[in-house]
Design a protein around this ligand. Sequence first.
Ligand code: ZN
Length: 413
Amino acid sequence: MAGRVLLTNARVLTCSGGPDETPIDADVLIEGDRVVRVAPGIGTDSARVVDLRGATVLPGLGDAHVHLSWPLDFVFDHAAVAAAPPGPHMLDVAAVTRTFLESGYTTVIGAGTTQPLDDLLVKDAIDRGLVPGPRVVPSGPMIAEVDGLGGDGEMMEVAANAKELRELVARQCDLGVKALKLFISGDGVVPEFPSDDVYMNDEMLLAAVEEADRHGAFLTVHARGSASVAMAARTGVRIVHHACFLDDEALKALEARRDDIWVCPGLHYLYAMVNGHAGPYGMTPERIEAAGYPEELRSQIEGLHRLRESRIRILSGGDFGHQWTRHGTYAAELQRYVELAGMTPAEAIHTATRNMGPAVGLDLGQVREGFLADLLIVDGDPSTDVGVLLDPGLRRAVMKDGRFAYLNPGLYP
Ligand SMILES: [Zn+2]
């Protein structure tokens, strides 16, 4: 039968288990774009058989805070990217989507574009098979409040009230945007707009959520301070980025929405900044200190422990693409969850797999009957050493929609 693939001699990390799950010995039968069976010793009639010789199969990974707009050589010059000629720029964007796929990432959620249509154009090219890349849940330009961070309108779209915000959301949704990105807090790295600041209000967010919902889209927010996190949670935002500070009120508001809200930390970004990785690019220790980032990192780590205790789902997402958090090193985010937030490797991997499916409304993120066959095949066991996912030499192949989308040229033929 056409379109049947049987992966044999596999160690399968299903990502359907608990935080201590380990790979099981099993074959994986794929029909069309779906996994149809996961079991030892599946018969081999009429399927293309691929012997994995003990390699580990896990779901393709996902990242929920992605800027496809930032080229591989991006050095924080947003204005230059915005002003780049669109033709060459789109080739840069395609190089980024290819890098995600080759890094084992089969799902990405946009967190704001620099040229307005970046996510939409490249998603279309990927879906038509023109360029390699993951499933893209596309974002559009970021949206700011007129008095807030980004409110000068140079890099973001701007709304002053609920009516304007609703119109902006409707306009992006009409173009095909599915993940809207709103700035509702400041960011210590821009001292005039500290992380504790709150922009927009409940009325605006409720209007935006309602409008997005009408279009089958959802809201994601940049929210670093407690008050902004609480506002996001009580108004129906789906993904809260950063959440660096969490007081009791914010935590309670998140708990009340446990089933349909996700927190996406970007922990590695803060870690890298605080540990001097951005020093060569002008982020001096003085600037990092002035941003309040060391305190933010401490607070975020404490908050991640509280979120885990409260069973709030965390989505892996890392804001990658700076030279100090380079494209292709996306799984460093998972490493930080293990090292700093006390997760087991499997639990960290779940933030990029199992938690991703319901967040994007698709059957993905588990190696399981009926689920999409988006799979990553690696040598080694990422459930004992999550660093396995960072090593390109250990990455054998990536499948998307039941087809081999990447084969490591260092290993094959
Ligand atoms: Zn970002």
